[in-house]
Design a protein around this ligand. Structure first.
Ligand code: F6P
Length: 346
């Protein structure tokens, strides 16, 4: 058996832990060969893959990023690319492929499975927005980084009596914002699931200042949406109009607009911090290392059992297999969690 392994989409803490786990389990337990495919699906389009061995994955467990490289390549965007993947897999002698990624990478894995390729998925993304699993690995690390940043920003907020607006990632889901916001004691948390009125945010900050607090922390998710009176959907702030190969716009910039508006309406000095890619970088937390390791081992077991078209998932404390298309349903922050967070607003 020759197993292919690739990482696709945005990099994310824990990818190397998964790679190590897959290689260890596949080689030591099953005696398979493992080929590391370079840069996500782009590697299979180009036929670019190299054998992995135990030495190549030794020492990578705590390292951020991915030794295989990654890309946001969508082979179904260009005619003939998916067929090239099937041909190249055959040429490389790859019998089954484990794809580690978010909705886009796993969406491709599922479509290729439908075309006859033996694929298994592992869910990763700092956004934690994949249906079918309680947690994706990478999320816990991102939340810890954002929480640490909020703790540090409290220093300046308090010393200078300022409002600090912190923008976090998460795409169209507010998981990072709501978890880091609760953990960091944010005074307002704004998420895509709850389009907001700037007036309401200013009222919460004013209420807090009226009761003697001279600073506030506002956590805003990059995909949060401004609403105007009577408007339900709100509008998204994007960095440019261009979309990636999967049709995603680049989000970001909402904190700057919001910060200006808060200062204008409240008169309180306001500063903005956009956390950006630091949330995806560096060493994974112990939780993410363990989750990634469990996912990697389970994915090999699915390959061994011939359970293709499946994704590994965490439900409660169990690692289970679910149909890969379940990953494609977006998982949003539930009302209860946001209501809990809002008890601490203002
Ligand atoms: O999906 C992870 C993520 O970091 C999102 O939170 C963010 O919107 C997006 O990727 C950024 O993508 P890119 O790396 O293409 O700029």
């Amino acid at each position: 058996m020759r197993l292919g392994l690739l990482t696709g989409g945005g990099d994310c803490p824990g990818l190397n832990a998964v790679i190590r786990a897959v290689v260890r389990k596949a080689i030591m337990h099953y005696g398979w060969e493992v080929y590391g495919i370079k840069n996500g699906w782009a590697g299979l389009v180009a036929g670019d893959a190299d054998p992995l061995n135990l030495n190549k994955v030794s020492g990578i467990l705590p390292k951020g990023g991915t030794i295989l490289g990654t890309s946001r390549t969508n082979p179904f965007k260009t005619q003939g690319m998916a067929e090239r993947i099937l041909e190249n897999s055959k040429e490389l002698g790859i019998d089954a492929t484990i794809a580690v990624g978010g909705e886009d990478t796993l969406g491709v894995a599922y479509k290729l499975f439908k075309l006859g390729m033996a694929t298994v998925g592992i869910p990763k993304t700092i956004d934690n927005d994949l249906g079918g699993t309680d947690y994706t690995f990478g999320f816990d690390t991102a939340v810890n980084i954002a929480t640490d940043a909020i703790d540090r920003l409290h220093t300046t907020a308090e010393s200078h009596q300022r409002v600090m607006v912190v923008e976090v990632m998460g795409r169209h889901a507010g998981w990072i914002a709501v978890h880091a916001g609760i953990a960091g004691g944010a005074d307002v948390i704004l998420i895509p699931e709850k389009p907001f009125l700037v007036d309401d945010v200013c009222d919460l900050i004013k209420r807090r200042h009226e009761r003697g607090k001279s600073f506030s922390i506002v956590v805003v998710a990059e995909g949060a949406k401004f609403k105007h009176e009577g408007d339900v959907d709100g509008s998204l702030i994007t960095q440019d109009v261009e979309m990636d190969e999967f049709g995603h716009v680049r989000l970001g910039g909402i904190a700057n607009i919001l910060g200006r508006e808060i200062e204008r309406q409240t008169g309180f000095e306001t500063r903005v911090s956009v956390l950006g890619y630091v949330q995806r970088g560096g060493t994974p937390t112990a939780f993410d290392r363990v989750l990634a390791t469990r996912y990697g081992v389970k994915a090999c077991e699915l390959v061994e059992q011939g359970e293709f078209g499946k994704m590994v998932a965490l439900r409660g404390n169990q690692i289970i297999a679910v149909a890969m298309d379940e990953a494609l349903a977006i998982k949003l922050v539930d009302e209860d969690l946001y209501n809990l967070a809002s008890i601490f607003f203002g």
